[in-house]
Design a protein around this ligand. Structure first.
Ligand code: NAP
Length: 487
């Protein structure tokens, strides 16, 4: 059987998913490149206190590796990281993974990719699959004097476990999913937490709970129950996603729930400070069962005055007040538009990724690009990733990618890429749909591109799944063959 040579870049959720999908379809000649020394991607990088996934674990997992043993409804970061590493190792991916090896460049030549790694090795591959994620490059804020701070400064995604928090006053900059989880976890553990808020967040209440040993036993004995839980959660998320992409009852219901949740903040002044001036879900919705309780504690201070600069002993706000601190945490998010960066990728006719994406990342159906044949992306631009499990997105995209490889194996083509016309049409349709999404209702968020248009799939995840699992329309692609094919 013809075996294409395949490089997968990144051993996080989508890289692991892709590798397993390849193996299951009989494609065994692949190398999984990972610049770090373990599996897990963002779940390996993020180890900050309080990290919990806000999608229930029974849904935030691969359908081909259902775990009956989740410890709680919403699992912690370490548990998810261990799950992902367990899936990878359980499928024998160690044999095919090169840890500590960064792909620095890829050039398309003839009908194959010339891939260069940080070790200096150059290899030819028939296909390259980029599974490099988008919550990867920490955003270090441009705040004056940050380097003058006398204590440790750490980004939430680069938590330094050597730093002893005992007896320390901790400042947290940022109020996203990360900042709220951090403040909730640190409150009561250190003498003082100061949260610097630039923009308040709506908080969706939830309840986390542990699975009892009996419940785990039942899930182990009756795998159908795990499947049922997966699809029940999927149905709930599908309903929720209607609120993201269409105005209407679900959006109003969620607005009502978050506004009611805010009423649990008793002090009217604090409540006022925590009240956003934009619609719920415009920014990525924060889900928490603990944040409002934490922020009302006497040892937690919410600072809404903007940060002017940082100096040795703390943060100075615009009103001239010095907030004295021992440790500063930057929960300031990621450069979420830096897909596949900083790899130097060059497609046909010397066209670089930087040139192709001068106006922002654009792909065809989230997985391919014109002028970059045989290059696939997982969780690429405009994939449905708002409050939606990437495990499900990656599985659907891996299905599409494998379907192309099967056609390659059948000798239908040597290289394939979508046409520019198809890609332009696709992106134009998404732009036209953007105004009915909640992400354009008037807030700043990492969802928005340079042009202010969300870089997200503007319809339901179910519609995406349907699109990506259908047979590709031949009119949208250019399939090339070498004159004398090697197959
Ligand atoms: P984020 O949502 O981008 O939030 C960054 C925060 O930093 C915002 O509050 C932002 O304020 C603030 N900020 C940035 N630069 C600043 C500056 N110069 N001065 C003051 N404040 C500044 O980042 P995140 O909280 O790390 O979350 C990123 C994504 O990771 C989430 O949206 C989610 O998709 C994922 N995540 C998921 C979970 C989970 O439970 N599944 C947990 C954590 C993260 P503005 O709002 O004013 O910009």
């Amino acid at each position: 059987m013809n075996q294409p040579r395949i490089a997968i870049v990144g051993a996080g959720i989508s890289g692991i998913c892709m590798a397993v999908a390849l193996q299951r379809a009989g494609f065994t000649d692949f190398t999984l490149y990972e610049k770090a020394d373990d599996y897990g991607g963002t779940w390996r990088d993020n180890t900050y206190p309080g990290l919990v996934c806000d999608v229930p674990s029974r849904y935030y997992q691969f359908t081909f590796a259902m775990n009956p043993d989740w410890s709680q409804l919403y699992s912690t970061g370490p548990e998810i990281k261990n799950y992902l590493a367990g899936v990878a190792r359980g499928h024998g991916l160690d044999r095919r993974t090169e840890f500590g090896t960064e792909v620095v460049g890829a050039e398309f030549e003839d009908t194959a990719w010339r891939v260069t790694t940080s070790t200096g090795a150059v290899e030819r591959f028939d296909f390259v699959m980029c599974a490099t994620g988008f919550l990867h490059h920490p955003n270090r804020p441009d705040i004056a004097g940050l380097d003058d701070f006398g204590g440790p400064v750490m980004h939430s995604a680069r938590w330094d476990h050597e730093v002893d928090l005992t007896g320390k006053r901790v400042g947290v900059i940022g109020t996203g999913s990360t900042g709220t989880q951090l403040v909730s976890a640190l409150a009561g553990q250190v003498p003082k937490v100061v949260m610097f808020q630039r923009t308040p967040q709506w908080i969706l209440p939830t309840v986390n709970r542990a699975y009892s040993p009996v419940a785990k036993q039942v899930y182990r004995r009756v795998p159908a129950l795990g499947n049922l839980a997966y699809y029940a959660n999927r149905a709930i998320f599908a309903a929720f996603s209607q609120g993201l992409v269409h105005p209407g009852r679900i959006r109003s219901l969620i607005q009502w729930v978050v506004a009611r949740n805010l009423q649990s903040v008793k002090d009217p002044e604090l409540r006022r400070k925590l009240t956003p001036d934009y619609q719920a879900m415009c920014k990525r919705l924060v889900v928490s069962d603990r944040f409002y309780a934490a922020v009302q504690r006497p040892d937690v201070e919410l600072v809404t005055e903007s940060i002017d600069h940082v100096k040795e002993h703390g943060v100075v706000t615009a009103d001239g007040q010095l907030h004295e601190l021992d440790i500063l945490v930057l929960a300031t998010g990621f450069d979420s538009h830096a897909f596949m960066r900083p790899m130097a990728i060059t497609g046909t006719d010397g066209r670089t990724l930087d040139q192709a994406w001068a106006d922002g990342p654009r792909a065809f159906e989230g997985v391919m690009m014109p002028d970059f044949p045989n290059l696939f992306m997982l969780v690429g631009p405009h994939s449905p990733f708002a409050n939606h499990p990437l495990t499900a997105v990656a599985e659907a995209q891996a299905f599409r990618i494998v379907s192309w490889l099967k056609r390659w194996r059948a000798g239908e083509f040597d290289s394939v890429a979508p046409t520019r016309a198809a890609t332009d049409r696709y992106n134009a349709r998404m732009r036209a749909a953007a105004p009915s999404t909640v992400w354009t209702t008037g807030c700043q968020s990492w969802y928005l591109g340079k042009d202010g248009i969300p870089e997200l799939w503007p319809w339901s995840p179910g519609q995406y799944e349907k699109l990506i699992r259908r047979t590709p329309d031949p009119i949208d692609y250019r399939l090339d063959r070498r004159v004398a094919s090697k197959k």
